[in-house]
Design a protein. Structure first.
Length: 161
């Protein structure tokens, strides 16, 4: 995929099959840096390419980012989308409240999955001792089967809850 310059501070590229992309990484090449007060934002747009949605941003303090493709589950057809990169002031980027977005938010999803397992298992607990959980091993196997079945239907099901 090649980016083409659209203006002195923006470039765009066409992503032909966005449904095949589940994650996107955006980074500065080794040895590259941006001016001290500038960051680079990554956006995407669907046809007719007039409205842009933010994916994430990088800068000298965070030289790379990896995000789940935000269009996953939103596109009904496999039409191309445009990706756009834009140099923007750090003040503008900080107002977008995106500093902690990206791979870091996966921790929250992992916690939700762990809490689902914990709640499921405690519903079968047979212990009367505080701080102890006595659960048949089969309960975990049943939960894992349920999780696997849901995942086969929708690989992002746990992102929606």
């Amino acid at each position: 995929m090649m980016f083409h310059q659209a203006s002195p501070s923006q470039c765009v590229s066409l992503l032909e099959s966005p449904q095949q992309v589940t994650e996107i990484s955006f980074f500065l090449m080794p040895g590259m840096s941006l001016p001290a007060d500038v960051g680079a934002a990554l956006y995407y747009s669907q046809a007719p390419y007039t409205e842009w949605e933010l994916v994430g941003a990088i800068g000298n303090g965070r030289q790379s980012g990896t995000w789940r493709a935000p269009w996953t589950g939103r596109l009904h057809d496999n039409f191309p989308i445009q990706l756009g990169a834009s140099l923007e002031s750090l003040d503008t980027l900080s107002n977008m409240d995106i500093a902690s977005s990206g791979v870091e938010d996966r921790l929250e999803y992992a916690k939700k999955i762990a809490m689902d397992l914990f709640n499921y298992m405690t519903s079968f607990s047979q212990s009367n001792q505080p701080g102890m959980m006595l659960v048949p091993t089969k309960v975990f196997d049943d939960w894992l089967s349920r999780f696997t079945r849901k995942f086969a239907i929708d690989q992002n099901f746990f992102l929606h809850s």
